[in-house]
Design a protein around this ligand. Structure first.
Ligand SMILES: NC(=O)c1ccc[n+]([C@@H]2O[C@H](COP(=O)([O-])OP(=O)(O)OC[C@H]3O[C@@H](n4cnc5c(N)ncnc54)[C@H](OP(=O)(O)O)[C@@H]3O)[C@@H](O)[C@H]2O)c1
Length: 291
């Protein structure tokens, strides 16, 4: 074979630390295979403080796409050439795409969340009342996306009031702050969509729910962003009342799908991505995978 015929695949990567258990290679390599793209997705463990170097490497090595996870989401937001409106508002980037010689930072969590509501529950937030417990990275992305999707009300409850206020600012006039100390079961019953964006429900919370579940009822949709365990105490309580309930797996897959589309410009093969990552979650059910 002559040198001229040797062609390297386009390279994409995830940076984070720790990043060893990342599901990103599984999900994106499945998407590349399924669409016939000669692309390869790899994992780079990049220590805290070196996000800017990683972005420079993205330029040097002509990387086609970058996923970003903890602890680099804010540092990357500050170092890219441009930010999408969402990433700018959230000051957090989970996906970097190229635009000519510019690196553009995006945040695909909110779009992934809204896409999963549509795909998995046929739920459109437009004109709806939505409640979100938690105002960290995931909660903020969800709150912003719900407001952008036209939610009439976005109720926000968070343990630290200042963070609830900062998240409320993302939702503008739709925002309502709920008192976390006096979490009221009846008030939660007044929302069409109820979302848990706190870690309460993960194994170390021993059966706890993030808010009282007594006011939940069958006309609501309940979503827990946690997907490990597959069914949290909140989802269990909701399903016991006949309430439609989703875990965070759909958001996980769809936010990766949005990243794939930003990098490649072609529709994400969501079914193939779902199949690839589901088998991995089952196999590694004792671990806490992340993208
Ligand atoms: N499905 C997906 O694709 C996806 C993506 C991202 C995250 N997640 C899940 O979403 C959850 C939140 O992640 P994150 O990245 O937003 O984390 P984060 O930035 O650390 O924020 C955590 C949020 O939960 C609140 N919180 C933490 N411990 C709490 C407790 N014991 N009681 C009440 N509230 C508590 C925090 O309140 P304070 O402000 O008071 O600290 C904060 O609002 C995690 O379970 C994560 O696994 C899922």
């Amino acid at each position: 074979m002559s040198q001229d015929t040797i062609k390297s695949p386009a390279l994409a990567a995830v940076i984070g630390s720790p990043v060893r258990h990342s599901l990103s290679p599984t999900i994106h390599n499945a998407a590349f295979r399924h669409t016939g793209l000669d692309w390869l997705f790899v994992v780079w463990d990049v220590p805290s403080g070196l996000a800017e170097d990683a972005l420079q490497a993205m330029k040097t090595f002509n990387l086609a796409g970058l996923s970003v996870t903890m602890p680099h989401k804010t540092a990357v937001a500050e170092a890219v050439d441009q930010l999408s409106p969402e990433a700018g508002k959230l000051n957090a980037v989970n996906c970097v795409a190229r635009q000519g010689d510019q690196l553009v930072g995006h945040n695909t969590d909110g779009a992934g969340f809204v896409a999963s509501l549509k795909a998995d529950a046929d739920f459109n937030p437009e004109g709806k009342s939505c409640f979100v417990a938690g105002a960290g990275g995931a909660g903020r992305a969800v709150i912003l996306a719900l407001a952008q999707a036209g939610a009439a009300r976005v109720g926000i409850m968070n343990r630290t009031p200042a963070k609830a206020q900062a998240a409320a600012d993302l939702a503008g006039e739709a925002a309502e702050i709920a008192d976390a100390e006096a979490a009221d079961a009846d008030a939660i019953g007044n929302f069409d969509l109820v979302v848990n964006a706190t870690p309460v429900g993960m194994p170390h919370f021993a059966g706890q729910t993030p808010f009282p579940t007594t006011g939940l009822h069958a006309k609501q949709l309940v979503v827990d962003l946690i997907y490990q365990p597959w069914e949290t105490p909140l989802l269990k309580a909701a399903r016991a009342k006949g309430i439609a309930a989703l875990n965070g797996f759909g958001m996980l897959v769809h936010q990766a799908g949005v990243a794939f589309e930003l990098w490649t410009g072609i529709p994400a093969p969501v079914e193939a991505m779902t199949a690839a990552v589901s088998s991995k979650i089952t196999v590694n059910s004792d671990q806490q995978p992340h993208l």
